[in-house]
Design a protein around this ligand. Structure first.
Ligand SMILES: NC(=O)c1ccc[n+]([C@@H]2O[C@H](COP(=O)([O-])OP(=O)(O)OC[C@H]3O[C@@H](n4cnc5c(N)ncnc54)[C@H](OP(=O)(O)O)[C@@H]3O)[C@@H](O)[C@H]2O)c1
Length: 216
């Protein structure tokens, strides 16, 4: 199993403007590499905060990627796994585009054995810690995971040493505000990463891909 965090970050390490909301930091080049990762993925994890901000999730639009998935007999879109502390998550709106997007929707939330998925979700995964969540996803045949954020989820999964790869698009913006892409991470020793790829994406954006190389 592999978990890849895919985010667009500002030069000062923010993934959203100071007042939050539906952040769109990246341009055309970022969209291209985001879709490459979606096409690789079996499933995407996103925090309920990101879903509430956007009312939708990222989906593949490029016809070459859709054709590749079809010829590999994969679903056209990766499955969306929304993570929340509540079942149902608060503040979901039935009018959101999310419910009409062409993908399966699962909810990961604390739940007893008898609990059922809330309206709009095909499956409920009882959330019993991050490591167990990844084990449960793997048991469902989902091996390649993209973590779409937001900041809370990124911070916790990195803190738990469960992110294998970082795909960062560095965007030429300085935003300020509280939305650092890695909130609340504290480590007794550095976590080290190896550079896998770097690309100019146009528009002043830079792609940086790193693989976790362990602690030292
Ligand atoms: N630049 C980018 O690439 C990018 C990517 C993603 C998001 N964003 C931006 O980031 C902002 C949202 O980020 P965020 O940090 O506020 O939200 P988030 O990480 O997407 O979601 C936070 C929510 O996740 C759930 N959650 C967090 N920890 C949990 C845990 N341990 N167990 C179960 N559920 C847990 C909670 O949902 P409940 O409240 O439902 O319990 C919490 O409110 C938005 O502005 C969005 O546009 C930017």
């Amino acid at each position: 199993m592999s978990l890849r965090l895919v985010v667009a970050v500002s030069l000062d390490g923010r993934l959203a403007p100071p007042d939050g909301g539906a952040a769109q930091l990246g341009g055309v080049g970022d969209r291209r590499v985001l879709e490459d990762s979606l096409a690789w993925a079996d499933a995407c994890l996103l925090g309920a905060g990101t879903l509430r901000a956007h009312g939708s999730t990222c989906q593949i639009r490029r016809s070459d990627l859709l054709a590749e998935r079809e010829s590999a007999h994969r679903p056209s879109q990766p499955l969306a796994v929304v993570v929340s502390r509540s079942n149902p998550p608060p503040g979901l709106d039935p009018g959101w585009l999310f419910w009409r997007q062409p993908m399966q929707r699962w909810l990961a939330a604390p739940a007893g054995p008898e609990a059922t998925p809330p309206v709009g979700f095909e499956q409920l995964l009882p959330l019993r810690g991050w490591s167990q969540l990844l084990t449960d996803l793997r048991s469902s045949g989902l091996e390649r995971l993209v973590l779409l954020g937001g900041a809370q989820l990124a911070g916790q999964l990195l803190q738990a040493d469960l992110v294998d790869e970082l795909q960062l698009t560095l965007c030429p913006l300085v935003l300020g505000g509280p939305y650092t892409w890695l909130p609340d991470v504290s480590r007794p020793e550095p976590q080290r990463w190896s550079l896998l790829d770097q690309q100019h994406l146009g528009g002043g954006e830079l792609l940086l891909r790193y693989q976790r190389s362990g602690n030292s």
